[in-house]
Write a protein that binds this ligand. Structure first.
Ligand code: GAP
Length: 442
C-alpha cells in the first residue's frame, strides 16, 4: 500500500520513535531548531556516511577536509556574503512583525491569517536589506573589531584551503575537495520541519577543473548527484532537475540546477549544483594578496581553475529519505506505519528476537546480538508477541528481523525476515553476517 504522506504524520512518527525532538522542548522549544534522537542520529549519520563514501572514499580524485566554523572575517567580504547575503525585509507598523518583501504572497498576517501581510490594514515599511549571517564576538571584548561570523556555507573553507590541499596532496586538476559540517543562516522564514532551519549541516564538494572543461563536468555532476538519490532509494517520480533561469543565478554562477524533491508541501530544492567559474579563487587571491592558481605540468599552462559545486543539505536529505520511506499497511485491522528505507540508510539494520523467553533462547539471541553489534546498529527485543515486535521495528524502518526459536537451539539456524516482502528464510548462523552484508550493501 502506498500511503498519502503528510508532514504531520512524519513529524508525529519522528517524535514518537525518537528520530527528532524539538530543541529545548521542556522550555517551550526554540523555533525551527531540532535535535536528533537515538534513531534519528543513526539515520542522519548513515546519510552523511553514504555521501562521504561515494564522494570521497570510493574516488581517487576527491579528498576530504574539515574546517573551523569560525573563519577570518575577510573571507566573508571576499565571498560576497557581507555585501550580498541578504533578504529584503519589511516591518508591519501594526503588528510589529517582519516579513520577506519578496515572499509576501506566501506569508500570513499573524493577526488575520486569511490575509497576506499589508492587506490587514497594517502599513508596511520600505524594504530594507537584512544580512542572514549570524554574528558573534571572538575574545572577551564585544566590539566591532572582534566580530566573527558563524559560517553560512562550508564552501569557503574549501576555497581558502585550495593551495594547502594542492601542496600537501598529490592531486592534479581535475580534482575535488569535500566537506561535511554545520552552517548557520538567520533565515527569516524557516519552517517545514527539517527543511529550512537556522542551524543545519551541509555536504559540499568543490570540483576544480580546467576552464573550458567546466560545461562537461557540470553535466557530469548533475547526472551523478541526481542518480545518487535514486541509488539510495528515493522514488524516481518524486525527483526532478530544475535548471535556474538567468535572472535566478547567484552572482558567482555561470549555470545552476537544483535537484528537487516532491515533499508533501510541494517541489523544493534538495541540492544545488552550480558552475561557480573562477569567481571564488580569484576573489580570495584579490582579498588575501596571495596568488591562487594552478600550473598544469602537461600543457605547461598556468590558470585559475573553474569550480563545479554540488551542494547538498544533510538535514534536508534526511527529511527527504524519511518522507520517501514513509508507507502504511494494515495488520489485524489497524493501520500502521512502515519506513521502507534503503538498508544502507536504515538506522537499525536488524532486530534479534527470541520467540520465547525461556529454553535458552534469550541467551542464544544475546550471543547473536553481540556478533552483529561488531558490524551494525542492531536491537534486541523480547517484549510482547512476535507480530508486535516486528511492527515496532517496521516503524523505525529496520530491514531485517532475526528470530531465534526452538529449531535454533537444535541446529544453529535462525529465520531472517525481510521488512518489505515479509518473507522468512532459514539461514545457518555461520552464514548470517555474510548474508546481512550482502543485503545491506546492495
Ligand atoms: N555553497 C553553496 C550553497 O550553500 P545553497 O543552495 O545555499 O548553496 C546548499 O545551500 C544546500 O544546503 C541546499 O540545497 C540545502 O539542501 C541546504 N540548505 C541551505 N539552507 C538551508 C537551511 N536553512 N536549512 C536546511 N538546509 C539548508
Amino acid at each position: 500500500m502506498s500511503a498519502t504522506v503528510t508532514m504531520e504524520k512524519v513529524v508525529n512518527l519522528a517524535k514518537r520513535r525518537g528520530f527528532t525532538f524539538q530543541s529545548s522542548e521542556i522550555y517551550g522549544g526554540l523555533a525551527s531548531c531540532w535535535d536528533y534522537g537515538p534513531i534519528g542520529v543513526e539515520l542522519k549519520r548513515n546519510v552523511k556516511e553514504a555521501w562521504w563514501r561515494d564522494m570521497v572514499r570510493r574516488r581517487s580524485d576527491i579528498v576530504g577536509i574539515d574546517c573551523a566554523i569560525l573563519m577570518h572575517p575577510r573571507v566573508w567580504e571576499a565571498s560576497g556574503h557581507v555585501a550580498g547575503f541578504t533578504d529584503p525585509l519589511v516591518d508591519c507598523k501594526k503588528c510589529k512583525q517582519r516579513f520577506r518583501a519578496d515572499k509576501l504572497a506566501d506569508a500570513q498576517c499573524p493577526e488575520k491569517p486569511s490575509k497576506h501581510p499589508g492587506e490587514c490594514g497594517g502599513e508596511l515599511t520600505e524594504a530594507r536589506q537584512f544580512n542572514l549571517m549570524f554574528k558573534t564576538f571572538m575574545g572577551p571584548v564585544e566590539e566591532d573589531a572582534n566580530v566573527v561570523f558563524m559560517r553560512p556555507e562550508t564552501a569557503q573553507g574549501i576555497f581558502v584551503n585550495f593551495l594547502n590541499v594542492l601542496n600537501s596532496s598529490r592531486q592534479k586538476v581535475p580534482f575535488g575537495i569535500a566537506q561535511v559540517g554545520k552552517s548557520f543562516r538567520n533565515e527569516i522564514t524557516p519552517g517545514n520541519f527539517l527543511f529550512r532551519t537556522r542551524e543545519f549541516e551541509q555536504m559540499e564538494m568543490e570540483f576544480f577543473v580546467k576552464p573550458g572543461d567546466d560545461e562537461r563536468w557540470f553535466q557530469y555532476w548533475l547526472d551523478e548527484r541526481f542518480n545518487w538519490y535514486i541509488r539510495h532509494g528515493i522514488r524516481r517520480e518524486r525527483l526532478r532537475l530544475r535548471q535556474h533561469a538567468a535572472d535566478e543565478l547567484a552572482h558567482y554562477a555561470k549555470g545552476c540546477a537544483d535537484v528537487e524533491y516532491e515533499f508533501p508541501f510541494g517541489w523544493s530544492e534538495l541540492e544545488g549544483i552550480a558552475n561557480r567559474t573562477d569567481f571564488d579563487l580569484k576573489r580570495h587571491a584579490e582579498y588575501s594578496g596571495k596568488e591562487i592558481s594552478y600550473f598544469d605540468e602537461e600543457s605547461k599552462e598556468r590558470f585559475v581553475p573553474y569550480v563545479i559545486e554540488p551542494a547538498a543539505g544533510a538535514d534536508r536529505a534526511t527529511l527527504a529519505f524519511l518522507v520517501d520511506a514513509y508507507d502504511e499497511d494494515e495488520a489485524e485491522g489497524e493501520t500502521r506505519a512502515v519506513l521502507r528505507f534503503h538498508p544502507r540508510l536504515a538506522p537499525v539494520k536488524a532486530a534479534v528476537l527470541p520467540l520465547l523467553r525461556k529454553d535458552g533462547q534469550p541467551e542464544k539471541a544475546k550471543q547473536i546480538l553481540d556478533i552483529l553489534k561488531q558490524h551494525w546498529v542492531v536491537q534486541y527485543d523480547q517484549a510482547g508477541s512476535i507480530g508486535r515486535r516486528y511492527r515496532r521495528q517496521d516503524e523505525i524502518g529496520t530491514p531485517f528481523g532475526i528470530t531465534i526459536d526452538h529449531q535454533t537451539m537444535q541446529d544453529d539456524t535462525v529465520t531472517l525476515r525481510d521488512r518489505d516482502s515479509m518473507q522468512q528464510e532459514r539461514i545457518p548462523l555461520d552464514r548470517l553476517v555474510d548474508e546481512l552484508k550482502r543485503r545491506i550493501e546492495i
